[in-house]
Ligand binder design. Structure first.
Ligand code: C5P
Length: 395
């Protein structure tokens, strides 16, 4: 973010206090901040606080003669690299959608020729109100980035969507909005991640130890490289990486359907640890002990092979990457899998240690061209290395 200039517009909501922390984070990351404080915002934070944190003059009114002489409001709207509205109140979103310019903040938003990022924060009912949702849709249709608020307890005592994301997340969104086109801009990358749960009955299931960490890191790295990313996620509680479209599934058959529904995929990275079998005829009522002392017999049926099905389909993406978690003969198994599944690459990893659930990994990329080893590193670094190679292969 070095040298990037952020025009930060602070709307009138209790979440305005989080903007103070945001200023510190942007500056620590190397960015420069100029604040515009709305009349409403000034009831929650003071211009003095913002001036001290940003080390820049704070602009509050359209009718400031000295400001207009030194730097007209049009110039103020143009000299930034990015305009960030945080918090963006329901009223501010409505004015932005309608093109109203009745104070300094809304005038700057209308006059700017730079990207605009809005970070809404408001009462849950105000956020869910059809008027606000229509305004958000209008703004997104005009290529203004509007971040979804978080779910949680609100200052007003209610619970639901409407909370401002924490400042580090807003910083991530700012970084993404500032990013110049990346090596995967214009590409659609599909990632599967996590385990699957195969129901035994409504309360029990068969699962595996996959954490989803590696797949989520790959989805995040692809988004950071500029790709449109669809992440088909098995049941894990990991947060959705910024800029990624997530489709949650439980079973292998649901995952297969979600993968089948993805359109126009350039590269598919199948990281999910898909269960090989599901339970035949899982009842929709809980299985009870019948007093005989005999356990129930579970009959297992093979799941669809999502990777092999995708490779054989007429809509096969240009690059298909499978994963192979093995506890022994890692490379030999990966080579066999490459041929059997019809993938372009198999990324093989040894899971005999604590890779599943751990934060580090070491992999071998097995392709028709040979084997490339990526030495042990944090999973996000493995993800970045893999995405770099995927971008090169698609070029
Ligand atoms: O056959 P195996 O499970 O070892 O293959 C692993 C690779 O195949 C992974 O990329 C995994 O996501 C994918 N796979 C799949 N559908 C299955 C089983 C595995 O897509 N039913």
């Amino acid at each position: 973010m070095h040298g990037k200039r952020i025009l930060l517009i602070i709307g009138g909501g209790i979440a305005a206090y989080k903007s103070c922390e945001l200023i510190r984070l942007i500056r620590r990351a190397g960015g420069e901040v100029t604040c515009v404080l709305t009349e409403g915002g000034s009831h929650f934070v003071t211009a003095m606080t913002l001036a001290a944190l940003s080390e820049n003059p704070v602009h509050t009114t359209l009718w400031d003669l000295r400001n207009e002489v030194e730097m007209g409001h049009i110039q103020l709207s143009r000299q930034a690299d990015l305009v960030v509205v945080c918090p963006a109140t329901a009223n501010m979103l409505a004015k932005m959608a309608a093109g109203i310019a009745d104070d300094l903040a809304t005038t700057l938003i209308l006059a700017t020729d730079k990207p605009v990022l809005a970070v809404p924060a408001m009462n849950v009912r105000m956020w869910l109100n059809a008027a606000t949702q229509a305004n958000v849709a209008t703004l997104r249709g005009r290529a203004i980035t509007v971040i979804d608020p978080e779910d949680g307890a609100m200052a007003c005592g209610e619970y639901g969507p409407g909370r401002l994301p924490e400042p580090p997340q807003v910083l991530d969104a700012i970084r993404a909005a500032l990013r110049e086109p990346g090596p995967l801009t214009g590409r659609h990358v599909l990632v599967t991640a996590g385990p699957t749960h195969e129901a035994i009955d409504p309360v029990r299931y068969i699962a595996n130890r996959s954490s989803g960490l590696q797949g989520f890191a790959i989805a995040e790295a692809a988004a950071q490289a500029g790709a449109r990313v669809t992440l088909v996620a098995g049941p894990v509680t990991l947060p959705t990486p910024f800029g990624v479209t997530r489709v949650n599934v439980e079973s292998a058959r649901e995952m297969a359907a979600a993968v089948d529904a993805a359109q126009g995929v350039d590269a598919a990275v199948m990281v999910a640890a898909v269960a090989d079998w599901h339970v035949a005829g899982a009842p929709d009522r809980k299985i009870k002990k019948d007093g005989s002392g005999q356990p129930p017999a579970l009959v297992l049926v093979e799941n669809p092979d999502i990777l092999a099905t995708l490779c054989a389909s007429p809509r096969r993406p240009r690059l298909v990457v499978g994963f192979a978690a093995e506890t022994h003969d890692v490379i030999a198994h990966a080579k066999a899998k490459l041929a059997r599944k019809g993938a372009d690459w198999i990324v093989a990893n040894d899971v005999s240690g604590d890779v599943m659930g751990g934060s580090r990994n070491a992999v071998h990329i097995v392709s028709a061209g040979g084997v490339e080893n990526i030495p042990e590193a944090p999973k996000h670094a493995i993800a970045a290395a893999l995405i770099e190679r995927i971008a090169r292969a698609l070029d």
